[in-house]
Design a protein around this ligand. Sequence first.
Ligand code: SF4
Length: 284
Amino acid sequence: MFKILQKSFSVGSATADYPNISPRLAKQFRGCPEFEFEVWSDARPAAEACPTGAIAFHDSDGVRRVTVDYGRCIYCGECEAASVDGAVRMTRKFELAATDRRDLVLTAEYTLHPDGTHAGLQLAANGPVLEEPGKRIAEAIQNLLGRSLAIRQVDAGSCNGCEQEIVALNNPVHDIERFGIHFVASPRHADMLLVTGPVTRNMELALRKTWAATPDPKLVVAVGACGISGGIFGANYATMGGVDAVIPVDVYIPGCPPRPEALLHGILLALGKTRQRTRSHPFQ
Ligand code: SF4
């Protein structure tokens, strides 16, 4: 017993101070791809290499419209390998959570050349970034909900990759309970549903019932590429696609799977949206 206590004191706190301090990322960690639209001369190879259809293009009247959907991206790196002009590169960025699905889609329009390449960029849209002061998180939760935040996690058909990262939120390193956030076993006790996976048709009714059983005001967070768009599965005979095909979603957290800090970032973003949602939500 004495040795255990001695060891505990000598090691000190293992909890990471995210979001006050950027997390220490493993050397091999890979975040989202970044696109240098100004120098991108041909989106076709990347679009053809992308396994989820996150990169797409449409040619019309001498104009090429290129879209990049972070809600579909699984951070595989195939687009970087396929882009010979170096316009696409993988980064270590992971804080991409957004309250509006459209914020996850980048759009660029180019003048199309006869040989199929393009130039003459007009950038149309970009994604959001949230900066939330971590020291006021617990206080903000108390103000918004009057107590701590209770999350019910719902696996609507995931591969369990996202669950691995969600479980890590409770370990001593990430320790989500330091913010007054904890997981509960029943939607009736929950303020937030954290939903993973493409919604399988077998889980559609269960997800609808879980949403209905969660008391108002409630928040829904779609986790990972599958939760946002159906990911690599899309919508097919067995899956409905993303969570918002079944229930309304307040925040989308991209990644495959999103690392724990990305999950925390998205949960905090959802908390900042509570008042707006209760005013404007079409289902309430
Ligand atoms: S990193 Fe994302 S955008 Fe690039 S090929 Fe993979 S899924 Fe597609």
